[in-house]
Design a protein around this ligand. Structure first.
Ligand code: IMP
Length: 200
């Protein structure tokens, strides 16, 4: 039996660019929502990354009938009690706010904070038409610097320096980021869970 084609249920081009090569390296064929002609943008009402990833995967599966994979991710800053967390995309007031504005808003909130520790968290969820599901998590520890640096990536990449490095994710670029990021780690854990689920 040929393996199913998976739908990557995200409209975030940054996430798509990171998820595609990882799926390719796992030998799993996938298509984006645009390629599949599917539109889905449910409200993210969950209070955990896993709840939101499942909401997005289930909505995409309902719209497409395909096994659907969604990521919910965000930045958790210790000095802000774990914020922005599941609100990372909406932190500075909404989805229309640019990444640069979100970074500036975060840095302003942290202007007087000495404690700079933070982590990116990702949950990958896949739901199948038969009701089955596979979930996996990944984290990447690091710290928030005081002014943005670097051009690559998306979101909070210019203000996050991963543990063991001096450069931000935005300076390190996709090759290094994709080896150590929360999403890369979640996808590797997902690969194992998926293989178990598919009985491989
Ligand atoms: P959501 O998972 O689409 O709800 O949004 C997650 C938000 O967290 C993104 O819009 C980014 O602001 C932030 N985020 C998640 N992953 C990353 C990353 O790898 N780099 C930078 N920001 C990220």
């Amino acid at each position: 039996m040929s393996a199913p084609v998976f739908l990557l249920a995200t409209n975030n081009s940054g996430k798509l660019a990171e998820m595609r090569p990882i799926f390719a390296s796992l030998g799993i064929e996938c298509v984006s929502m645009r390629e599949a002609g599917v539109s889905s943008d449910p409200e993210e009402t969950g209070v955990t990354f896993e709840e939101n990833a499942l909401i997005k995967a289930r909505a995409a599966m309902g719209a497409s009938g395909m096994p659907s994979v969604a990521d919910d991710s965000g930045l958790m800053v210790d000095a802000l009690g774990g914020a922005p967390g599941v609100m990372s995309a909406r932190f500075a007031g909404g989805h229309d706010v640019s990444d640069a504005e979100k970074c500036a808003y975060l840095l302003a909130k942290m202007a007087d904070k000495e404690q700079r520790s933070a982590r990116f968290v990702s949950c990958i969820a896949c739901v199948f038409p038969d009701g089955g599901k596979v979930t996996a998590h990944g984290t990447c520890e690091g710290r928030i610097i005081r002014a943005p640096r670097g051009e690559s990536g998306f979101g909070y990449d210019p203000v996050f320096v991963p543990e063991g490095y001096d450069e931000t994710f935005a300076e390190l670029g996709p090759e290094i980021k994709n080896g150590i990021s929360h999403r890369a780690r979640a996808l590797l854990a997902f690969k194992e869970e998926l293989a178990r689920y598919l009985g491989r």
